[in-house]
Ligand binder design. Structure first.
Ligand code: ADP
Ligand code: ZN
Ligand code: ZN
Length: 746
């Protein structure tokens, strides 16, 4: 199908453009380039064109000579969006790369990359009005007179300012312009004044460790070529300060920087530091920002007014020309992976963009992901370490409490005597406590109270999930399923129980057990709609002295009064049905432990568990990242999980359970054929499933999952492309979703 606009015959020798139309069914069309636009139509330029006489916006993918296979009659491009430079070449290359790698149409990638308003609107010009002369006779309208007088006094004003002087000011201004009393000047965004930078900036003298890391990073910034770094340093070790220095070095070379952060809404402190250092040339994007503001930032980035962008994962697509540095803070965070639409990982794309833009990339973390750690080990990333906190504050001691040998308190078995007593004394001293729980609601599993092990899948070594109707235990990697055992498969004890409880029960129990507790609860139920700020504010000021919460409480908050952090049940994280459960547990414990003792008072951490010998808990309790990484890496290698293999997940869902099963079987069948055809590398790919997803029904749809595990990325990619061509994104009500490098399989 070719767009039907106003067809023109392209003259011989003229150029044509392949244009990605930013419509819901985005795909590329070829247009002829009218002579009048010839110089301005370039790769990455945003253009207007006609489809069935409708004006739509598009992105130029390529400008080239016509080919024989082009249709003989092509529509002409209508216009090039005024005042907007073409996207930088490295960003165009990144679109191509992401489309190929994530098995997605280029149009889907382009629409993911650019804010939708940016795609629809041309950048606004700034207009100023200037006084020219008084008319022969003074204007009759008092409003016209007011404006004219004000402008005669000021000489020049912003249009917006002038029109606000009187009601319906724009009508008066139009009249005065027509009479020649005023003149209006339009300034394109790229002619606008650059924003201010702070005149004086306080800089801290780098510590010896910071200086050593900076030396390597700065030489890469000056070299203007790709280099990847892992900056490994505990929280408070001065990583952010290193980023700031590196960004300054890039700015000095007239280059721009992109800084990715996991969740900007929580990091007020970070915002303050970037604004203090870079002033108006830095833009901090956050999740609550209106779309119009985001589109404006994109324009300012493209025009070069903004040179530093700080934002969540979508900022990896910022159209920064002349990129000199990319930083990914807390690179291990799962929020870098988009879980719907285009399932990209911004951390991985940051490294790709660095190679395309020929600039260094810094991945920073206190607990690097195993994938990044392996890359450092393989010398794909340069390892830099900040081993200690800047202010010499020690990390808090961590005590593991073995729940198997503790008497039961209350009916709920939530608290052991050590944790309850610690909580009571902490509150008596007028200090505060955080009680941490893995996530809300989800995660019921079977645990043996005698040996402390959760029932696992014999094939995949992940915890089996308890499904209620009909009652059974299921693996959602493979299709293993078993009745709920009456005795522990490991030690044969009959003391087995279904576990999994939420923050609400903990909140009630604390109020019952500790009389002077003033409890606040923070989870995905209470956090939205200003709840987060209110509860955190009350906790900081002491109105509340106990905070019960999920992951949200673990993130970088600084509460000086907190001297106790309690983790109620480490198994809720450890038994999570995901091969990354130990890694997540280690990261979470490290993070929550970091909340204790940040003020002048030392803190303690108490972790309740049925199995204190578990290695993730052992290493977390001694703050030993390297020990953990080595042990976990060995485990991953034995079981063939990343970083020692590549994964892809295929999710099949439908409102009709039978339909979902049928399509899943078809997908499985097709996969087998493709893999057979792919030769020896294809036969080495392991296919698991179809199996019920851990969350089997979600929003009225039955969900099945197929998992691919392989060593050759190109073979996996090839097979997935074939699958995509056959199934698309599904038919009718059934959806088939591909997830390359999945980070969460629920
Ligand atoms: P991270 O990002 O690793 O958590 P930060 O860069 O935020 O660490 O540093 C932690 C604290 O130490 C901040 O308050 C920061 O101002 C301070 N700090 C960082 N570097 C220095 C330095 N070289 N000298 C003095 N204080 C520093
Ligand atoms: Zn047992
Ligand atoms: Zn299994």
């Amino acid at each position: 199908m070719e767009p039907v606009g106003s067809p023109t015959v392209h003259p011989g020798g003229a150029l044509v453009a392949d244009v990605l139309l930013l419509l819901p069914l985005a795909r590329t069309y070829t247009y002829s380039v009218p002579e009048a636009l010839a110089g301005r139509v370039r790769r990455g330029a945003q253009v207007a064109c006609a489809v069935r006489n409708r004006a739509v916006s598009g992105l130029v993918i390529a400008v080239r000579a016509p080919r024989d296979d082009d249709p003989p009659r092509l529509s002409a491009l209508t216009d090039v969006v005024a005042n907007r430079a073409p996207w930088p070449p490295d960003l165009m290359d990144l679109l191509d790369w992401a489309a190929r790698y994530y098995i997605a149409p280029q149009g889907v990638v382009a629409r993911t990359a650019m804010p939708s308003l940016f795609a629809r609107r041309a950048p606004k010009s700034e207009a100023t009005v200037r006084f020219v002369q008084q008319p022969d006779a003074p204007p009759r309208s008092p409003r016209d007179r007011t404006i004219l007088e004000a402008l005669e006094a000021a000489g020049e004003m912003d249009l917006a300012e002038a029109r606000a002087l009187v009601p319906d000011g724009i009508t008066s201004i139009r009249r005065l312009l027509a009479k020649g009393c005023l003149r209006m000047d339009l300034r394109a965004p790229d002619e606008q004044e650059p924003p201010d930078r702070p005149a004086h900036v306080e800089r801290l003298e780098p510590t010896a460790d910071q200086a050593a890391a900076l030396q390597k990073i700065l030489s890469a910034v000056h070299g203007e070529k790709y280099a990847g770094f892992l900056l490994h340093g505990v929280t408070g070790s001065g990583k952010t300060e290193v980023y700031l220095y590196a960004i300054e070095a890039a700015l000095e070379r007239n280059k721009g920087a992109i800084v990715l952060v996991p969740e900007i809404a929580l990091t007020v402190d970070l915002r303050r530091r970037f604004e203090a250092r870079f002033g108006g040339i830095a833009a901090v994007l956050h999740s609550a920002m209106p779309e119009s503001r985001r589109a404006k930032v994109w324009d300012d980035v493209l025009s070069g007014r903004i040179r530093v962008v700080v934002g969540p994962r979508s900022a990896v697509w910022a159209p920064m020309p002349n990129l000199g540095l990319i930083v990914v803070d807390e690179e291990h965070e799962t929020t870098y992976k988009q879980q719907e639409g285009l399932r990209y990982n911004a951390r991985d794309l940051a490294l790709v963009r660095g190679t395309l833009a020929k600039c260094p990339v810094i991945l920073g973390s206190a607990t690097p992901s195993l994938e990044t750690f392996q890359n450092a080990h393989d010398r794909k990333l340069t390892y830099l370490s900040l081993p200690s906190r800047v202010l010499e504050r020690v990390l808090p001691p961590v005590t593991l409490v073995d729940l198997r040998f503790q008497p039961v308190i209350g009916g709920e078995r939530l608290f052991s005597p050590p944790l309850r007593d610690a909580l009571a004394t902490t509150l008596e001293r007028g200090e505060s406590a955080i009680l941490f729980l893995n996530r809300r609601g989800f995660g019921r599993f079977i645990l043996c109270r005698s040996c402390g092990t959760a029932v696992r899948c014999p094939n995949c070594s992940i915890t089996l999930t308890h499904h209620a109707r009909p009652e059974r235990l299921c693996c959602h990697y493979c299709d293993h399923s078993t009745p709920v055992p009456g005795a522990c498969p490991t030690c044969n004890s009959s003391d087995v129980e279904v576990l999994g409880f939420g923050t609400e029960r903990v909140e009630d129990e604390v109020a019952r057990l500790v009389p002077n507790a003033r409890v606040g609860r923070l989870d995905s139920d209470t956090a939205p709609g200003g709840g987060l700020d209110r509860i955190l504010g009350d906790f900081r000021s002491g109105v509340l002295n106990v905070l019960v919460g999920t992951q949200i409480v673990a993130k970088g908050h600084d509460f000086p009064r907190v001297t106790l952090v309690g983790v109620l049940l480490a198994e809720q994280s450890l038994a999570f049905p995901d091969f990354r459960a130990p890694e997540r547990t280690f990261q979470l414990l490290t993070q929550v432990a970091g909340r204790a003792g940040r003020g002048d008072m030392p803190g303690v951490v108490i972790v309740q568990t049925y199995d204190p010998t578990q290695y993730a808990l052992q290493y977390a309790s001694t703050h030993d990242y390297l020990g953990f990484a080595v042990a976990e890496n060995r485990m991953r290698r034995e079981r063939g999980y990343p970083p020692h293999s590549h994964l892809a997940a295929i999710e099949i869902s439908s409102p009709d359970a039978r339909e979902a099963t049928k399509v899943a079987d078809d997908v499985r069948e097709a996969l087998s054929q493709f893999l057979m055809a792919a030769g020896p590398a294809g036969r080495k790919v392991i296919v698991l499933g179809p199996s019920a997803a851990a969350i089997e029904r979600l929003r009225g749809r039955t969900r099945l999952q197929i998992l691919l595990k392989g060593h050759s990325r190109s073979t996996l990619n090839d097979v997935l492309w074939r699958l995509q061509r056959l199934f698309g994104s599904g038919h009718g009500d059934t959806r088939v979703v591909l997830d390359v490098d999945p980070v969460s399989l629920l």
